[in-house]
Design a protein. Structure first.
Ligand SMILES: NC(=O)c1ccc[n+]([C@@H]2O[C@H](COP(=O)([O-])OP(=O)(O)OC[C@H]3O[C@@H](n4cnc5c(N)ncnc54)[C@H](OP(=O)(O)O)[C@@H]3O)[C@@H](O)[C@H]2O)c1
Length: 232
């Protein structure tokens, strides 16, 4: 059985990734604040095991406990490979830094950077004894280096996630780690991020389903340990 832990599965790219992964011999573990009932129904109709954890990744102190609960859903003897896709993120605050609220800045960094770091750390700890293929895929963004006004938190969290990915790649060999930067995708996040940038409306947007195919092609066929690459 191949196990997949995917954060941010309630909509957008994460939902599309889970839809693509609903196949025989796969066991899906989904995390977001809102449960995606459509995914659960689809998994049930195909007889694919899916566990949904309704969890707020801002609760960074509870993430290790969450990972332990996730591990309990697995039948260790059946594990062929195990994957963690750190996809969940927020774009807020979309604001000049001096107008940004301190709580929004803290929450942003918790969800976009601290949560994937702790999820990765507890994933590595909890799977140490499993001699199977183990991979972490972190979803970044071109805005990690392409800087725009009002998106300083987002650029900072994604640049941090990329450095984290490369640094963990240097020290870990038992678990493989990689980052992918999707292009512009037609999701709620994209809409939220452009509210101040008229030019952005002219960008051709990919469908979440296309983004999911590209992201999964890196996970399965083009995995480069310790690297962060452009999705398309
Ligand atoms: N869309 C783009 O153009 C684009 C481009 C480059 C990179 N990306 C990256 O692609 C990834 C997916 O983005 P998207 O466009 O699909 O975004 P989206 O449609 O806004 O979806 C974000 C997902 O993250 C989850 N999430 C947000 N806050 C959370 C929290 N506190 N706890 C748990 N889950 C939380 C949301 O679920 P709940 O609200 O139910 O919690 C949702 O499922 C992100 O890492 C984003 O940075 C997107």
């Amino acid at each position: 059985m191949k196990y997949f832990i995917i954060t941010g599965s309630s909509r957008g790219i994460g939902e599309a990734i889970v839809q693509k992964l609903l196949k025989p011999n796969h066991h899906l573990i989904c995390i977001s604040r809102r449960t995606n009932s459509e995914l659960i129904a689809l998994a049930n109709s195909r007889n694919i095991p899916l566990n949904y954890f309704e969890f707020d990744l801002n609760n960074v102190h509870k993430i290790e406990e969450l990972m332990e609960k996730i591990m309990q859903t697995m039948d260790e003897a059946s594990v062929e490979s195990i994957y963690l896709i750190n996809n969940a993120a927020v774009v807020k605050p979309v604001e000049l830094l001096d107008l940004s609220d301190a709580d929004d800045i803290i929450q942003h960094m918790n969800i976009n950077l601290i949560a994937p770091m702790i999820l990765s750390s507890s994933f590595i700890k909890n799977t140490r004894h499993l001699e199977v293929d183990k991979r972490i895929l972190n979803i970044s963004s071109g805005l990690s280096f392409n800087l725009k006004a009002m998106l300083s938190c987002y650029s900072t969290s994604k640049a941090g996630l990329e450095t984290f990915t490369k640094a963990v790649g240097v020290e870990q060999n038992n678990v493989k780690i990689m980052g992918v930067r999707p292009g512009a995708v037609d999701t709620q996040m994209y809409e939220d991020s452009i509210s101040t940038d008229e030019q952005a409306y002219k960008v051709k947007l990919a469908k979440p389903s296309y983004a999911a195919d590209r992201i999964l092609s890196f996970l399965f066929d083009r995995f480069e340990h310790g690297k962060v690459v452009k999705g398309w």
